[in-house]
Design a protein around this ligand. Structure first.
Ligand code: FA5
Length: 348
Protein backbone atom coordinates (compact mmCIF):
# COMPACT_ATOMS: atom_id res chain seq x y z
CA UNK A 1 0.00 0.00 0.00
CA UNK A 2 1.40 3.34 -0.91
CA UNK A 3 1.05 6.36 1.35
CA UNK A 4 -2.12 7.70 -0.31
CA UNK A 5 -3.79 4.28 -0.04
CA UNK A 6 -2.77 4.08 3.64
CA UNK A 7 -4.27 7.50 4.30
CA UNK A 8 -7.51 6.44 2.58
CA UNK A 9 -7.61 3.24 4.71
CA UNK A 10 -7.14 5.22 7.96
CA UNK A 11 -9.89 7.59 6.90
CA UNK A 12 -12.28 4.68 6.20
CA UNK A 13 -11.56 3.15 9.62
CA UNK A 14 -12.16 6.52 11.23
CA UNK A 15 -15.55 6.92 9.52
CA UNK A 16 -16.63 3.48 10.75
CA UNK A 17 -15.48 4.25 14.28
CA UNK A 18 -17.21 7.63 14.41
CA UNK A 19 -20.44 6.30 12.91
CA UNK A 20 -20.91 3.67 15.64
CA UNK A 21 -18.83 5.02 18.55
CA UNK A 22 -16.77 2.30 20.19
CA UNK A 23 -15.82 2.13 23.83
CA UNK A 24 -13.26 4.61 25.12
CA UNK A 25 -10.64 1.81 25.41
CA UNK A 26 -11.04 0.77 21.73
CA UNK A 27 -10.94 4.43 20.70
CA UNK A 28 -7.73 5.12 22.64
CA UNK A 29 -5.98 2.03 21.20
CA UNK A 30 -6.95 3.02 17.65
CA UNK A 31 -5.91 6.64 18.23
CA UNK A 32 -2.48 5.56 19.53
CA UNK A 33 -2.06 3.27 16.57
CA UNK A 34 -2.62 6.26 14.23
CA UNK A 35 -1.25 9.32 16.06
CA UNK A 36 1.17 7.68 18.56
CA UNK A 37 4.97 7.89 18.40
CA UNK A 38 5.08 5.09 15.82
CA UNK A 39 1.45 5.50 14.72
CA UNK A 40 0.60 4.96 11.08
CA UNK A 41 -0.06 8.65 10.29
CA UNK A 42 2.97 9.74 12.33
CA UNK A 43 5.20 7.38 10.31
CA UNK A 44 3.77 8.74 7.00
CA UNK A 45 4.38 12.35 8.08
CA UNK A 46 7.86 11.51 9.34
CA UNK A 47 8.73 9.81 6.06
CA UNK A 48 7.62 12.72 3.82
CA UNK A 49 11.25 13.79 3.30
CA UNK A 50 12.14 10.44 1.71
CA UNK A 51 9.40 10.70 -0.92
CA UNK A 52 10.04 12.00 -4.46
CA UNK A 53 9.13 15.76 -4.59
CA UNK A 54 6.00 15.27 -6.76
CA UNK A 55 4.51 12.75 -4.29
CA UNK A 56 5.69 14.65 -1.21
CA UNK A 57 3.27 17.54 -1.82
CA UNK A 58 0.11 15.50 -2.35
CA UNK A 59 0.86 12.96 0.43
CA UNK A 60 1.81 15.77 2.88
CA UNK A 61 -1.39 17.67 2.14
CA UNK A 62 -3.64 14.57 2.43
CA UNK A 63 -1.94 13.40 5.67
CA UNK A 64 -2.20 16.83 7.34
CA UNK A 65 -5.84 17.35 6.31
CA UNK A 66 -6.74 13.93 7.71
CA UNK A 67 -4.78 14.57 10.93
CA UNK A 68 -6.57 17.88 11.62
CA UNK A 69 -10.05 16.67 10.70
CA UNK A 70 -9.64 13.44 12.73
CA UNK A 71 -8.41 15.31 15.79
CA UNK A 72 -11.41 17.65 15.60
CA UNK A 73 -13.87 14.78 15.04
CA UNK A 74 -12.48 12.79 17.98
CA UNK A 75 -12.67 15.85 20.26
CA UNK A 76 -16.34 16.40 19.25
CA UNK A 77 -17.11 12.73 19.85
CA UNK A 78 -15.64 12.85 23.35
CA UNK A 79 -17.57 16.05 24.16
CA UNK A 80 -20.88 14.54 23.12
CA UNK A 81 -20.16 11.29 25.03
CA UNK A 82 -19.41 13.32 28.18
CA UNK A 83 -22.64 15.34 27.81
CA UNK A 84 -24.67 12.14 27.31
CA UNK A 85 -23.23 10.48 30.43
CA UNK A 86 -23.90 13.63 32.53
CA UNK A 87 -27.48 13.69 31.27
CA UNK A 88 -27.92 10.01 32.15
CA UNK A 89 -26.61 10.41 35.71
CA UNK A 90 -28.68 13.58 36.23
CA UNK A 91 -31.86 11.54 35.93
CA UNK A 92 -31.31 9.85 39.32
CA UNK A 93 -29.08 12.50 40.88
CA UNK A 94 -29.70 14.57 44.03
CA UNK A 95 -31.57 17.82 43.62
CA UNK A 96 -29.21 20.03 45.57
CA UNK A 97 -31.72 22.89 45.55
CA UNK A 98 -34.18 20.95 47.78
CA UNK A 99 -34.26 22.36 51.31
CA UNK A 100 -32.71 19.91 53.81
CA UNK A 101 -34.78 17.90 56.27
CA UNK A 102 -34.65 19.68 59.63
CA UNK A 103 -32.80 17.79 62.39
CA UNK A 104 -34.95 17.08 65.45
CA UNK A 105 -33.40 19.14 68.20
CA UNK A 106 -33.33 17.65 71.66
CA UNK A 107 -34.34 19.68 74.67
CA UNK A 108 -34.06 19.54 78.43
CA UNK A 109 -36.64 17.58 80.40
CA UNK A 110 -39.23 20.00 81.87
CA UNK A 111 -38.22 19.00 85.41
CA UNK A 112 -34.57 19.80 84.58
CA UNK A 113 -35.56 23.17 83.11
CA UNK A 114 -37.52 24.05 86.25
CA UNK A 115 -34.84 22.75 88.65
CA UNK A 116 -32.30 24.99 86.91
CA UNK A 117 -34.66 27.96 87.05
CA UNK A 118 -35.26 27.42 90.79
CA UNK A 119 -31.52 27.22 91.48
CA UNK A 120 -30.88 30.33 89.34
CA UNK A 121 -33.44 32.34 91.30
CA UNK A 122 -31.95 31.27 94.63
CA UNK A 123 -28.41 31.87 93.37
CA UNK A 124 -29.42 35.49 92.67
CA UNK A 125 -30.78 35.64 96.24
CA UNK A 126 -27.39 34.49 97.57
CA UNK A 127 -27.86 30.70 97.95
CA UNK A 128 -25.01 28.42 96.79
CA UNK A 129 -25.95 25.02 95.33
CA UNK A 130 -24.71 21.88 97.15
CA UNK A 131 -25.70 18.23 96.82
CA UNK A 132 -25.98 15.26 99.15
CA UNK A 133 -26.41 11.46 98.99
CA UNK A 134 -29.64 9.80 97.85
CA UNK A 135 -28.82 6.71 99.93
CA UNK A 136 -28.97 8.16 103.41
CA UNK A 137 -28.60 7.08 107.03
CA UNK A 138 -31.74 6.89 109.11
CA UNK A 139 -29.89 9.14 111.56
CA UNK A 140 -29.81 12.08 109.12
CA UNK A 141 -33.10 11.46 107.34
CA UNK A 142 -35.00 11.15 110.64
CA UNK A 143 -33.12 10.96 113.95
CA UNK A 144 -31.22 14.23 113.94
CA UNK A 145 -34.21 15.95 112.37
CA UNK A 146 -36.03 15.22 115.63
CA UNK A 147 -38.00 12.28 114.23
CA UNK A 148 -37.02 9.39 116.52
CA UNK A 149 -38.11 5.82 115.92
CA UNK A 150 -41.85 5.37 116.47
CA UNK A 151 -42.49 9.10 115.96
CA UNK A 152 -45.80 9.44 114.07
CA UNK A 153 -44.14 11.79 111.53
CA UNK A 154 -42.36 8.71 110.13
CA UNK A 155 -45.72 7.53 108.82
CA UNK A 156 -45.77 10.48 106.39
CA UNK A 157 -42.44 9.40 104.98
CA UNK A 158 -42.34 5.66 104.53
CA UNK A 159 -39.58 4.68 102.14
CA UNK A 160 -37.31 1.95 100.72
CA UNK A 161 -34.81 0.41 103.15
CA UNK A 162 -31.41 -1.17 102.42
CA UNK A 163 -29.73 -4.10 104.17
CA UNK A 164 -26.25 -2.64 103.64
CA UNK A 165 -24.27 -0.46 106.01
CA UNK A 166 -21.66 2.31 105.54
CA UNK A 167 -18.64 2.40 107.86
CA UNK A 168 -20.51 0.10 110.21
CA UNK A 169 -23.45 2.50 110.35
CA UNK A 170 -27.05 1.64 109.53
CA UNK A 171 -29.99 1.57 108.89
CA UNK A 172 -29.72 2.94 105.39
CA UNK A 173 -32.65 4.11 103.29
CA UNK A 174 -33.47 6.02 100.13
CA UNK A 175 -33.92 9.54 101.50
CA UNK A 176 -37.51 10.76 101.72
CA UNK A 177 -36.58 14.43 101.51
CA UNK A 178 -33.55 16.69 101.04
CA UNK A 179 -33.72 17.87 104.68
CA UNK A 180 -30.94 15.48 105.87
CA UNK A 181 -28.56 17.82 104.02
CA UNK A 182 -29.47 20.51 106.60
CA UNK A 183 -27.71 18.37 109.21
CA UNK A 184 -24.80 17.32 106.97
CA UNK A 185 -24.21 20.95 106.03
CA UNK A 186 -24.31 22.50 109.51
CA UNK A 187 -22.04 19.71 110.75
CA UNK A 188 -19.39 20.79 108.26
CA UNK A 189 -19.92 24.55 107.72
CA UNK A 190 -20.03 27.60 109.94
CA UNK A 191 -22.72 30.27 109.79
CA UNK A 192 -23.52 32.39 107.88
CA UNK A 193 -24.96 29.58 105.79
CA UNK A 194 -27.08 30.00 102.66
CA UNK A 195 -27.45 26.90 100.51
CA UNK A 196 -29.90 25.34 98.06
CA UNK A 197 -29.83 21.52 97.79
CA UNK A 198 -31.40 19.87 94.73
CA UNK A 199 -31.91 16.11 94.60
CA UNK A 200 -34.07 13.05 94.17
CA UNK A 201 -36.14 11.64 97.01
CA UNK A 202 -38.11 8.41 97.33
CA UNK A 203 -41.30 7.53 99.13
CA UNK A 204 -43.37 4.41 99.50
CA UNK A 205 -46.41 6.17 98.18
CA UNK A 206 -49.73 5.40 96.51
CA UNK A 207 -49.35 7.41 93.30
CA UNK A 208 -51.98 9.80 91.98
CA UNK A 209 -52.11 12.98 89.87
CA UNK A 210 -49.94 14.91 92.35
CA UNK A 211 -47.92 12.12 94.05
CA UNK A 212 -45.08 10.01 92.66
CA UNK A 213 -42.87 7.48 94.49
CA UNK A 214 -39.79 9.30 93.18
CA UNK A 215 -39.70 13.09 93.38
CA UNK A 216 -37.21 15.90 93.21
CA UNK A 217 -36.87 18.50 95.90
CA UNK A 218 -34.83 21.64 96.40
CA UNK A 219 -33.99 22.31 100.04
CA UNK A 220 -33.17 25.79 101.28
CA UNK A 221 -31.16 26.44 104.39
CA UNK A 222 -30.13 29.81 105.82
CA UNK A 223 -28.47 30.22 109.22
CA UNK A 224 -27.22 33.55 110.43
CA UNK A 225 -27.55 36.07 113.20
CA UNK A 226 -30.96 37.74 113.35
CA UNK A 227 -32.91 35.72 110.79
CA UNK A 228 -36.67 35.68 111.41
CA UNK A 229 -39.88 34.36 109.89
CA UNK A 230 -40.08 37.65 107.98
CA UNK A 231 -36.88 36.73 106.12
CA UNK A 232 -38.33 33.32 105.26
CA UNK A 233 -41.58 34.88 104.04
CA UNK A 234 -39.78 37.55 102.02
CA UNK A 235 -37.46 34.98 100.41
CA UNK A 236 -40.30 32.64 99.45
CA UNK A 237 -42.52 35.44 98.17
CA UNK A 238 -39.71 36.76 96.00
CA UNK A 239 -39.09 33.22 94.74
CA UNK A 240 -42.80 32.76 93.87
CA UNK A 241 -42.94 36.16 92.15
CA UNK A 242 -39.94 35.34 89.96
CA UNK A 243 -41.10 31.78 89.28
CA UNK A 244 -44.80 32.28 88.63
CA UNK A 245 -45.18 36.01 87.92
CA UNK A 246 -46.74 38.71 90.09
CA UNK A 247 -50.34 37.78 89.19
CA UNK A 248 -50.15 34.32 90.81
CA UNK A 249 -51.55 34.12 94.34
CA UNK A 250 -49.43 32.51 97.04
CA UNK A 251 -50.73 31.16 100.34
CA UNK A 252 -48.61 30.58 103.44
CA UNK A 253 -50.29 28.64 106.21
CA UNK A 254 -49.41 26.75 109.39
CA UNK A 255 -47.97 23.31 109.13
CA UNK A 256 -45.99 20.91 111.25
CA UNK A 257 -42.55 19.42 110.71
CA UNK A 258 -40.58 18.22 113.78
CA UNK A 259 -37.40 19.99 112.62
CA UNK A 260 -38.86 23.50 112.39
CA UNK A 261 -40.63 25.79 114.82
CA UNK A 262 -42.88 27.35 113.64
CA UNK A 263 -43.64 25.32 110.53
CA UNK A 264 -45.46 26.56 107.45
CA UNK A 265 -46.37 25.38 103.99
CA UNK A 266 -46.59 27.36 100.81
CA UNK A 267 -49.29 26.81 98.20
CA UNK A 268 -50.00 28.45 94.86
CA UNK A 269 -53.50 28.97 93.47
CA UNK A 270 -54.76 26.17 91.22
CA UNK A 271 -54.25 26.62 87.47
CA UNK A 272 -56.53 23.76 86.46
CA UNK A 273 -59.85 24.94 87.92
CA UNK A 274 -61.41 28.15 89.28
CA UNK A 275 -60.70 26.76 92.74
CA UNK A 276 -64.05 25.26 93.62
CA UNK A 277 -64.20 22.07 91.57
CA UNK A 278 -64.13 19.00 93.85
CA UNK A 279 -63.37 16.83 90.78
CA UNK A 280 -60.21 18.84 89.93
CA UNK A 281 -57.30 16.33 89.78
CA UNK A 282 -54.79 18.99 90.79
CA UNK A 283 -56.36 20.64 93.86
CA UNK A 284 -59.48 18.51 94.47
CA UNK A 285 -61.49 21.68 95.02
CA UNK A 286 -59.11 23.19 97.56
CA UNK A 287 -58.09 25.91 95.09
CA UNK A 288 -54.43 25.60 96.11
CA UNK A 289 -51.54 23.29 95.22
CA UNK A 290 -49.00 22.80 97.99
CA UNK A 291 -45.46 23.24 96.70
CA UNK A 292 -43.29 23.29 99.80
CA UNK A 293 -42.91 22.88 103.51
CA UNK A 294 -40.82 25.41 105.42
CA UNK A 295 -40.17 26.98 108.80
CA UNK A 296 -37.63 28.31 111.27
CA UNK A 297 -34.88 25.78 111.98
CA UNK A 298 -35.60 24.20 115.38
CA UNK A 299 -33.32 25.69 118.08
CA UNK A 300 -32.39 22.18 119.25
CA UNK A 301 -30.93 21.44 115.80
CA UNK A 302 -28.83 24.59 115.93
CA UNK A 303 -27.66 23.74 119.45
CA UNK A 304 -26.88 20.12 118.50
CA UNK A 305 -24.59 21.44 115.74
CA UNK A 306 -22.66 23.42 118.35
CA UNK A 307 -24.06 26.92 117.84
CA UNK A 308 -25.84 29.14 120.35
CA UNK A 309 -29.52 29.29 119.34
CA UNK A 310 -29.86 32.60 121.19
CA UNK A 311 -27.42 34.07 118.74
CA UNK A 312 -28.02 32.08 115.56
CA UNK A 313 -31.39 31.48 113.98
CA UNK A 314 -32.26 30.04 110.60
CA UNK A 315 -34.94 29.13 108.16
CA UNK A 316 -35.39 26.11 105.91
CA UNK A 317 -37.73 25.03 103.14
CA UNK A 318 -38.19 21.94 100.98
CA UNK A 319 -40.00 22.31 97.68
CA UNK A 320 -41.27 19.76 95.16
CA UNK A 321 -39.74 20.37 91.73
CA UNK A 322 -42.38 18.30 89.87
CA UNK A 323 -45.21 20.23 91.57
CA UNK A 324 -43.63 23.53 90.53
CA UNK A 325 -43.18 22.13 86.99
CA UNK A 326 -46.90 21.25 86.93
CA UNK A 327 -47.83 24.80 87.91
CA UNK A 328 -45.38 26.35 85.51
CA UNK A 329 -46.50 24.38 82.45
CA UNK A 330 -50.11 23.58 83.38
CA UNK A 331 -49.50 19.81 83.63
CA UNK A 332 -52.43 18.08 85.33
CA UNK A 333 -50.86 14.66 86.07
CA UNK A 334 -47.43 14.33 87.70
CA UNK A 335 -47.10 10.76 86.37
CA UNK A 336 -46.74 12.08 82.80
CA UNK A 337 -43.41 13.65 83.75
CA UNK A 338 -41.53 10.38 84.17
CA UNK A 339 -43.49 8.20 81.72
CA UNK A 340 -40.85 9.04 79.08
CA UNK A 341 -43.28 9.70 76.23
CA UNK A 342 -41.52 12.06 73.82
CA UNK A 343 -44.85 13.22 72.34
CA UNK A 344 -45.65 14.60 75.79
CA UNK A 345 -42.19 15.82 76.80
CA UNK A 346 -41.36 17.64 73.57
CA UNK A 347 -44.21 20.09 74.18
CA UNK A 348 -42.26 21.91 76.88
C1 FA5 B 1 -40.86 17.66 103.36
O1 FA5 B 1 -40.38 16.81 102.62
C2 FA5 B 1 -40.01 18.50 104.26
N1 FA5 B 1 -38.67 18.00 104.28
C3 FA5 B 1 -40.06 19.94 103.78
C4 FA5 B 1 -39.45 20.92 104.73
C5 FA5 B 1 -38.13 21.31 104.54
C6 FA5 B 1 -40.16 21.44 105.79
C7 FA5 B 1 -37.56 22.22 105.42
C8 FA5 B 1 -39.60 22.35 106.66
C9 FA5 B 1 -38.30 22.73 106.47
P1 FA5 B 1 -43.28 17.34 102.44
O2 FA5 B 1 -43.38 15.90 102.67
O3 FA5 B 1 -44.49 18.16 102.64
O4 FA5 B 1 -42.18 18.00 103.29
O5 FA5 B 1 -42.76 17.56 100.96
C10 FA5 B 1 -42.34 18.82 100.48
C11 FA5 B 1 -42.81 19.03 99.06
O6 FA5 B 1 -42.39 17.96 98.22
C12 FA5 B 1 -44.32 19.04 98.91
O7 FA5 B 1 -44.83 20.33 99.17
C13 FA5 B 1 -44.50 18.65 97.48
O8 FA5 B 1 -44.30 19.78 96.65
C14 FA5 B 1 -43.38 17.69 97.27
N2 FA5 B 1 -43.85 16.31 97.42
C15 FA5 B 1 -44.02 15.62 98.55
N3 FA5 B 1 -44.43 14.37 98.30
C16 FA5 B 1 -44.49 14.25 96.98
C17 FA5 B 1 -44.84 13.18 96.07
N4 FA5 B 1 -45.16 11.98 96.51
N5 FA5 B 1 -44.80 13.43 94.74
C18 FA5 B 1 -44.44 14.64 94.30
N6 FA5 B 1 -44.12 15.67 95.07
C19 FA5 B 1 -44.14 15.50 96.40
Amino acid sequence: MNAIEQIAAIEAEARALLAAPASEAVLVTWQNGVFGKNGRLTVILRGLGTLPPEERKSVGAAANVLKLSLEAALARLRESQKAASLAASAADALDVTLPGRPLRRGRLHPVTQVRREILDIFARLGFATVEGPEVELDEYNFGRLRIPEHHPARDMWDTFWLDEEVDGRQPLLLRTHTSPMQIRHIDTHEPPIRVAVPGRCYRYEATDATHEWMLEQVELLAIDEGLSLANLKGTLQEFARQMFGPERRVLMRNSYFPFVEPGVELAVDCFACPGDNPACPVCRGAGWLEIMGAGMVHPEIIAAAGYDPARYTGFAAGMGVERITMLKFGITDIRDLHANDLRFLSQF
